[in-house]
Design a protein around this ligand. Sequence first.
Ligand code: ADP
Length: 404
Amino acid sequence: MIILVINCGSSSIKYQLLDMKSDDVYDLLAKGIVEKIGLPCGNITHKPTGKEKMEKEVRIEDHKVGMKLVLDALVDPVHGVLSSFDDIEAVGHRIVQGADFFSGSALVDEDVIAKIEICCDFAPLHNPAHLLGIRAVQHVLPSVPQVVTFDTAYHQTMPDYAYMYALPYEYYEKYRVRRYGAHGTSHQFVAYKGARFVGLDIDNSKIITCHIGNGSSISAIVNGKVVDTSMGFTPLEGMIMGTRCGNVDPNVVPYIMKKENLTPDQMTEIMNRKSGFLGLSGLSSDARDLDAAANAGNYRAKLVFKKLAYDIIKIVGSYIAVMDGVDAIFFTAGIGENNARLRRRVCENFSYMGLKFDFEANVTQGKDTLLSTPDSKVKVALITTDEELVIARDTMRLVSAVEE
Ligand code: ADP
């Protein structure tokens, strides 16, 4: 089944075209990104497998125009990989927030769209853009079925005492204020793939997945089900991230707002886009830049990495307590897959519970690798994530079920 996987942002559309032969056998036909939608000059970068990359600068008024650009690239006589739009059998979308409406992926209909619309309140930067993407596909490919996969769905198994905040209960009832988590597709994929990789039975396992990228979250997973995760009502809660502050004493927020005379929107912007690695270092939100600065002796860049490791250790430690032990710890995403020093710093703190780290194996980057020694009580592994593959699998499953 040829499936177009879409991840729509407010000004961008990331896409992958996959030919799914089965859950595990597939070809990536093309991938790319449309950027700067709505700005005076946008661009598309299209990378077809086995063919030359295409880059084009063009004004892109809205998501419909952006989606048409993607489809045109896919059937382009030189850079294309399809002979016609009709070859696309289904479209799968990544959706950031599905709140407690969705505990799994869903076929798009008007009811599903209405629920995603309600969730816009909790993910104002993301969900409206996802809806634009769904509407744009309805416009350009009206007869193609669409499926939505939610970042929050996998976390719906959290118990009430883990997802509730100790705020007056009425805010939960009136406004659905509770913890939802994020990156669920990645945590699920990595937990299952990692369990297979290290030889654990997922139905009888205690796993901690560390998704450490630009956005970062950690999950505690018992027998394949999430019991806690570090992100909360929004992806701001938890550990330090590229531009997000993670946990702060909530009283800090009104204090700074009063001192600096800031509106709620301005403060939200600061906590989401100007904090984290960027805010603390004053240099960059990118771990590679900060690695270089830290190696050159920059105090604040070093502080970022110390805090990053410290936050991970605290959360992993608390999840070991919550689960009464751990069988495996998996590292994934841009930093988790590539930063050996960080993985070492974290794992060194768990020797007390019989984790024996394989320092030599740890030099690897970006490929599934066992990072614990054979006699280690806790398995550690680098497990690469692939959220698009999960979306494509779910899309294939739901669309095939309808067709049968
Ligand atoms: P996102 O949350 O946007 O998907 P990623 O998972 O791609 O982010 O992670 C981005 C982070 O990973 C950046 O801080 C980047 O510096 C880091 N990263 C990506 N590739 C490498 C690499 N090869 N070596 C070190 N760090 C890397």
